[in-house]
Ligand binder design. Sequence first.
Ligand code: CA
Ligand code: CA
Length: 188
Amino acid sequence: MDYTFSIKGVTDIVCGERCTSTPDCELFHYDSNTCYILNYPGIGSIHITTFYGSENWTGGCSVDGYPLYGGRFCMRMFKTRKNWYNANDTCNQDGGQLLIMKSEDFFLKKEVIDQYGGGHLYWIGGTDIETEGDWIWNDGSPIRSNQWEAGNPSNSHYAEHCLEFGPLMLNDNSCLTPAFFICEKLKY
Ligand SMILES: [Ca+2]
Ligand SMILES: [Ca+2]
């Protein structure tokens, strides 16, 4: 991956703040006391390869059953099929939430899924249920247009209002379709 520059000797919190304060910062990565800031001109330039060293894959989350990925993300990929509503309920009952992939960590979480759960479609936490075509993550933040599969959101048959993630990125699908799903818990 081509990061534009790195900062040595800062904390991960400072790294995140540095990204927030950097114009056009698309994401940051923190590893071995080094903060990497990515400021890129377009999706085509992103190529994530091997920045998950094995040392980053240790540790755990605050709750059992949620492996820690990338040193930051506590995600669990459920390989049973449920419709979006039941998947959402399952995550909530489990003390978590359907996965949210906001801009700053979209490609990092994508890399986790591709590496550990690739090849499947998963329900994640976003809908346009409230207003057709107004796609938001479950925390209310907007879903960016450059994260969709080509030709989507398609709202096929005027009935696709729930968000799934797959090998081709984001797609809208019917909320009643049974699918695998991914829950996450916030690390603390
Ligand atoms: Ca829709
Ligand atoms: Ca679709």
